[in-house]
Design a binder for this molecule. Structure first.
Ligand SMILES: Nc1nc2c(ncn2[C@@H]2O[C@H](COP(=O)(O)OP(=O)(O)OP(=O)(O)O)[C@@H](O)[C@H]2O)c(=O)[nH]1
Ligand SMILES: [Mg+2]
Ligand SMILES: [Zn+2]
Length: 358
């Protein structure tokens, strides 16, 4: 494989650079980002980069380059000069979530990924409902999902944990590891092939960075202890970062998330495929599976085929996603109003300046 393909480059990105202007294109991948400063990897080498002012001005947060994005550079990168990013290529896939706190904005956690590992500790971190949430966002990203149940050395009833995960992630591959004792690492490694980009997501303290170190065979990523009280991590990893595995493949380490906010309903039907399938057999197309006659979902619950809690949880996530979408639309509307307001003021100013003539 050539250098760029090993970095995940392929026809999807190449096609975007085929116009005459791009004959001298210098494609590069965003390897790290910190407060608007980027590290990029290109065919010729690596170095710091900055976004062209023009791009900084128009982009909203989701449009700014994220780790894993492919960009075009003005000049080849080098360790001792900062090059300019003059274009961000369209993404093939992206894992996004609702950004905590600041308005209703989607945040890109990792771009152009092929596979996402939802990492969950088999200590007090273990929570199938949370895994379900992660799986919804992974399906929505366009990447393939897999689950890593880490810290098996602390688990007393592995079989029941695996069974619970099997219920929320039907058909999703599950790996069981102890990153600390280097168990199950080869099976995880086998899922990451040359040219692939694989993100690790999960709560703080789940062991994402320890897993990456185990895969690298060296303690490169900083890791930190979990609180004895509740097994929570202390948010050791603070930025997203691309890591190259010896032998091929790229990993993205991400900071642990406090909560994974659903930003749309994408991915829910994939996680709740059984309910989606039943719903197709409801008498009414817009059946809410509540008290409508001829509801196949209700009938399945009554027949004991579908767990009522699973249906309730599906509804809860659906409501949450819709609420976020509404908030997001409202946020957008207000932003648009502000822009129009400014424009209106400017026009009024101009009229005044012209002596009140319209
Ligand atoms: N017992 C046990 N501890 C582990 C295992 N894997 C990781 N740990 C420990 O869990 C703690 C947290 O590990 P990290 O790798 O820092 O967790 P993280 O998911 O990267 O956390 P953030 O960077 O905060 O998101 C560390 O003390 C690790 O040594 C494991 O398999 N078994
Ligand atoms: Mg970490
Ligand atoms: Zn129904």
């Amino acid at each position: 494989m050539d250098e760029l393909s090993s970095l995940g480059f392929g026809p999807f990105f190449e096609q975007q650079l085929e116009s005459a202007d791009d004959r001298h294109a210098i494609p590069a991948r965003i390897a790290a980002e910190h407060r608007g400063a980027y590290e990029v990897w290109a065919r010729s080498g690596a170095g710091p980069a900055q976004l062209a002012g023009r791009l900084r001005a128009d982009a909203d947060e989701a449009g700014l380059p994220a780790v894993g994005d492919w960009v075009n550079l003005k000049d080849p990168p080098g360790p001792d000069r900062t090059t300019i990013i003059d274009r961000v290529l369209e993404r093939r896939t992206a894992f996004t979530r609702g950004a905590a706190g600041r308005g209703a904005r989607a945040q890109v956690v990792a771009a152009n990924i092929d596979l996402v590992f939802a990492v969950c500790g088999l200590d007090s971190d273990f929570n199938p409902r949370r895994i379900e949430r992660y799986l919804a966002r992974i399906w929505a990203s366009g990447a393939q999902p897999a689950v890593i149940l880490n810290k098996v050395d602390l688990c007393e009833d592995l079989a029941s944990c695996v069974a619970e995960v099997g219920k929320v992630g039907v058909g999703v591959p599950v790996e069981v590891t102890s990153a600390l004792r280097l168990q199950g690492i080869d099976a995880v490694r086998a899922r990451v092939r040359d040219g692939m980009t694989v993100a690790l997501v999960g709560s703080s303290g789940a062991g994402k960075s320890t897993l990456i170190n185990a895969l690298l065979g060296e303690g490169r990523m900083p890791t930190g202890p979990v609180r004895a009280r509740d097994g929570r991590g202390c948010h050791v990893t603070t930025r997203r970062q691309l890591v190259r595995l010896p032998g091929g493949g790229l990993l993205i380490d991400t900071p642990g998330m406090r909560e994974l906010q659903l930003v749309d309903e994408d991915g829910l039907d994939a996680v709740f495929g059984d309910i989606a399938e039943l719903a197709e057999r409801c008498r009414y197309l817009d059946c809410r599976h509540d008290s409508e006659p001829g509801c196949a979902v209700k009938a399945a619950v009554e027949a004991g085929v579908l767990d009522v809690e699973r249906l309730q949880h599906y509804r809860k996530l659906e409501r949450e996603a819709r609420a976020w979408e509404l908030r997001h639309d409202e946020h957008k509307r207000r932003q648009a109003e502000r822009v129009w307001g400014q424009l209106y003021d400017e026009v009024a100013q101009m009229r005044k300046w012209k002596g009140g003539k319209p």
